[in-house]
Design a protein around this ligand. Structure first.
Ligand SMILES: [Zn+2]
Length: 371
């Protein structure tokens, strides 16, 4: 709980200074006082210290410093799972992916922090619906737009315009729906002519000027320069979109890419607009719940404990075989799977926890049997 509150406080601090994309959250630059969640979090740390007989007061700057060190090394003992011990709340000067996840589970959720993510999702669905004539087309559009966010952390205005050509339906004010969605997901950067942007060679995320690695969980790509031709602007994915759609989407996309040549039209990416990330109709019935269907929810969460607490199977995905598929780099971490299953105990019966690679193997093997 203390960590969730501190994480929510950090998220708030960052929002308060979000004028710059790469801003570093700091309690010093905030003139209007510290976020309530942060204050409660620090107070709880202070009580914890008193309980353990530590006399020194825990100050804000001190607590802030701890956020940059792994949880396992905090001078105050925290009630955390072993696999969480090397996680940090601040990484590269920004709230980490773990902090983002924890903040979302904090009791007083920050409505603004979720705004970008939710609005992006809402407009994704609207764009998919308004540009479709039937249910199947809605889903096809959804898959195309969802895939776009994963493939494109950086977008040239040429790409943006071809997106508008493909999804041309306009709203009452004469704006294409896809444009509204797009500008909620991407931030424009002024540029003209050919620009070279430093990006990760693997995941494609733009790199901050001072960064050493790419920072995307599970990615160890090397820096490279991407050439973008811009007429006036190019576009960079917003932080929240990157965290909730792009980065975790990489594992989803790897799985879909591996399975689609084998399963072809038996594979349903992001079935039912994301009720599950992958559904497979081995029996060829065309209806989930009839015949042999597999469904997989793919997760790439920093903390196994938090994933276990928040995981729910979407009831719409009434498949015979259900999988919680973990991104390989999470699955391979010591104690991660143990901590996850301990946390989920009894609440998600019938859901098998497997790694990304194991799921691909199982599905391919089953496809060979069915042939
Ligand atoms: Zn990368």
């Amino acid at each position: 709980m203390t960590l969730k509150l501190l994480a929510a406080g950090l998220a708030r601090m960052q929002l308060n200074q979000q004028n710059s994309l790469w801003s570093t959250p700091s309690p010093l630059t905030d003139s209007v006082g510290l976020p309530a969640a942060w204050n409660v979090g620090v107070t709880r740390l202070w009580w914890r210290a008193l309980e353990r007989g530590q006399r020194e007061l825990v100050g804000h700057m001190e607590a802030f410093g701890w956020c940059r060190t792994p949880l396992g090394e905090w001078p105050i003992e925290l009630d955390i799972r072993e696999s969480d011990a090397d996680l940090m709340l601040i990484e590269n000067g920004r709230p980490s992916a773990f902090a983002d996840q924890a903040a979302r589970l904090a009791p007083a959720k920050d409505p603004e922090a979720e705004l970008i993510e939710n609005r992006c999702y809402e407009f994704l669905i609207l764009t998919a619906e308004r540009n479709a004539a039937g249910e199947k087309e809605v889903q096809d559009n959804y898959v195309a737009l969802r895939g776009f966010l994963i493939a494109n952390p950086l977008v040239s205005d040429l790409q943006f315009h071809s997106l508008i050509r493909r999804f041309g339906v306009k709203d009452r004010n004469g704006q294409p729906w896809v444009k509204e969605w797009f500008l909620r997901c991407y931030r424009p950067r002024q540029a003209s002519g050919v620009v070279h942007v430093a990006v990760c060679g693997d995941c494609g995320n733009p790199l901050a000027s001072n960064s050493t690695g790419c920072g995307t969980p599970g990615c160890d790509g090397l820096p490279t320069a991407r050439m973008v031709e811009a007429m006036g602007e190019y576009y960079v994915q917003r932080q929240a979109v990157r965290r909730y759609f792009h980065d975790p989407g990489l594992a989803e996309q790897r799985i879909l890419d591996a399975l689609s040549p084998v399963l072809r039209d038996r594979l349903y990416p992001w079935w039912c607009m994301d009720a599950v990330d992958a559904a497979i109709d081995f029996g060829g019935t065309g209806r989930m719940g009839e015949g042999e269907w597999w469904a997989a929810d793919v997760k790439d969460h920093a903390s196994a404990a938090l994933l276990g607490q928040s995981f729910r199977w979407d009831a719409r995905a009434n498949a015979q075989c259900r999988f919680l598929v973990l991104a390989q780099h999470r699955f391979d971490r010591p104690e991660y799977v143990n901590d996850l299953t301990r946390e989920m105990e009894g609440r998600t019966q019938g859901v098998r926890v497997v790694s990304e690679e194991a799921f691909i193997e199982l599905a391919c093997a089953r496809a060979r049997e069915c042939r």
